[in-house]
Design a protein around this ligand. Structure first.
Ligand SMILES: *Cc1c(COP(=O)(O)O)cnc(C)c1O
Length: 401
C-alpha cells in the first residue's frame, strides 16, 4: 500500500487533503524574489507566499536567526518566560505604540486565524455578557477556523459548514451608515481589515476608518483591525491603518511577521488586554523561542532596510509601468499590496496562468483582479521583468478568441 505520488511531477496519489486544488508547481528552493521548481525552472515570486516572505525567500538574517535559535532553545511551556519571545513582544508593542500612541500587550499565536480568534474572545470578555456581537464587512477575510470563518463576510464560504457560530453582523464594506446602524448595545466590537486582501485588494475608502473610529468611541465598542495581510510595512507604513491615522483598540498580525516562520499575534492596549485574566486564553506554542527569533530578525532587518520606503518605491515603479497600460483599467491598493483591475472580458485566472507559464507568479484574487505582492526587497530590474511578463500575459489573454 505505498503512495504513488511523484514529487517531481506532482502526479499520482496526493498525500494532502483536497482543500487546495491541484498544485500549480512543485517548488523546492527560493532566493530573494526568485523561486525554483524541482526541474530547475526559475520563477519571479510576485505573491511572496501571499504577502508572507516580505524580506524575500531564504533571507540570510532570518535563516541564521532560526538556525542559531534551533540549536539554543526551541520551546519551553508558558509556565516560563524566554528572552527571545520577551524581546519580540517588546518590539511589536514598540511598533504599535508608535502607530497608536498607546502602550499595549501581545499574545503570540501560530497563524492569522488564531490571532483573530484571540481578538474575538478578547472582544467578548471586554464587553461582558449581552454584548457579544461583532460587526465585520462583506468581502472580508479573517481565517478558516469556525469563528473566523463566521467573521469572514463571504456567505458562500459559510454554507457548507452551517450552522455558523453566531454573533456576527456583516455590513457592506466602506458604508459608514451601515456601521452606525449595526452597532447597538449588543455589539462589543467592529472588526475590519485596513485593505481587504483576499476580498480583491479593496482599500478602505477615504474617511472610512476615521468614521468607524468615531462611531466605536461614541458607542463604546472596540475598533479591531485585522492587519494579518497588511501589517509589517507591506502597504508602505508599518500597519495599514496608519494611512488613516486612527488608533485601533485591537490589532491582529501574522503573515510577514516571521517571513514564513508560522507565527501571529494579537495586540491590545493595556486597558483592553486587562479584560483577560489567567486561564482565559492560551496556546501551547504561544511565543515559542524558535518562532519569535524569526520575528526579532524580521523587525530589525525591516527597520535596517527601511522596509516602508522600499514598499513605497516599489509601488511607484509598478504603477508607472501599469497606469494606462492596455487591458488595465486601474491599480488599487497601497505600497506593495496592489490589485490590478482588468478590462471587462479579460479573465484574471487566465492571465495568472499565462504569466506562470512565462516565469511569473501572481494571483488572480478575483475574476477581474490580479494581486501583486512581491517581497519588499524586490529590485527595480525584477519589477521591470515581471511587469513585462504580466503585460504580455494580459495582451495574450485579451487577443485570445
Ligand atoms: C491570511 C489572512 C488571515 C488568516 O491567516 P492564516 O495564517 O491563514 O490563518 C486572516 N486575515 C487576513 C486579513 C488574512 O489575509
Amino acid at each position: 500500500m505505498g503512495h504513488t505520488f511523484d514529487t517531481d511531477t506532482a502526479v499520482g496519489h496526493c498525500p494532502f487533503m483536497p482543500v487546495f486544488g491541484p498544485p500549480a508547481l512543485m517548488l523546492e528552493r527560493g532566493d530573494g524574489t526568485e523561486v525554483f521548481a524541482t526541474d530547475g525552472t526559475r520563477y519571479l515570486d510576485f505573491l511572496a507566499g501571499i504577502s508572507v516572505v516580505s524580506l524575500g525567500h531564504s533571507h540570510p538574517v532570518v535563516a541564521d536567526a532560526i538556525a542559531d535559535q534551533a540549536r539554543k532553545l526551541v520551546h519551553v511551556s508558558n509556565f516560563f518566560a524566554n528572552p527571545v519571545a520577551t524581546a519580540a513582544a517588546m518590539s511589536i508593542d514598540g511598533l504599535l505604540t508608535d502607530a497608536t500612541g498607546r502602550a499595549g500587550q501581545v499574545f503570540f499565536t501560530n497563524s492569522g486565524a488564531e490571532a483573530n480568534e484571540c481578538a474575538l474572545k478578547l472582544a467578548r470578555k471586554h464587553a461582558g455578557p449581552g454584548r457579544h456581537k461583532v460587526v465585520t464587512a462583506l468581502g472580508s477575510f479573517h481565517g478558516r477556523t469556525l469563528a473566523t470563518l463566521a467573521a469572514t463576510g463571504q456567505p458562500a464560504k459559510h454554507e457548507p459548514f452551517a450552522p455558523m457560530p453566531d454573533g456576527f453582523i456583516h455590513v457592506p464594506w466602506g458604508d459608514l451608515d451601515a456601521i452606525e446602524a449595526a452597532v447597538d448595545e449588543t455589539v462589543g466590537a467592529v472588526f475590519l481589515e485596513s485593505i481587504q486582501g483576499e476580498g480583491g485588494v479593496n482599500p478602505a475608502p477615504d474617511g472610512y476608518l476615521e468614521g468607524v473610529r468615531e462611531i466605536c468611541t461614541r458607542k463604546g465598542a472596540l475598533m479591531m483591525i485585522d492587519e494579518v495581510q497588511t501589517g509589517f510595512a507591506r502597504t508602505g507604513e508599518w500597519f495599514g491603518f496608519e494611512h488613516s491615522g486612527v488608533s485601533p483598540d485591537v490589532v491582529t498580525l501574522a503573515k510577514a511577521m516571521g517571513n514564513g516562520m508560522p507565527i501571529g499575534a494579537c495586540w491590545a492596549p493595556v486597558g483592553v488586554a486587562a479584560a483577560f485574566v489567567p486561564g482565559d486564553h492560551g496556546s501551547t506554542y504561544s511565543g515559542t523561542a524558535l518562532a519569535t527569533a524569526a520575528v526579532e530578525a524580521v523587525i530589525s532587518e525591516m527597520k535596517r532596510l527601511d522596509a516602508c520606503s522600499l514598499a513605497r518605491a516599489g509601488e511607484s515603479k509598478i504603477r508607472a509601468m501599469l497606469d494606462g497600460a492596455d487591458g488595465v483599467t486601474g491599480v488599487r491598493g497601497n505600497g506593495l499590496l496592489l490589485g490590478v483591475a482588468l478590462e471587462e472580458g479579460i479573465i484574471a485566472g487566465d492571465v495568472a496562468a499565462e504569466a506562470l507559464a512565462n516565469g511569473l507568479i501572481v494571483n488572480a484574487v478575483n475574476a477581474a483582479t490580479i494581486r501583486i505582492a512581491p517581497p519588499l526587497t524586490v529590485s527595480d530590474g525584477e519589477i521591470e521583468e515581471a511587469m513585462g511578463i504580466l503585460l504580455s500575459a494580459i495582451a495574450t489573454v485579451k487577443a485570445a478568441p
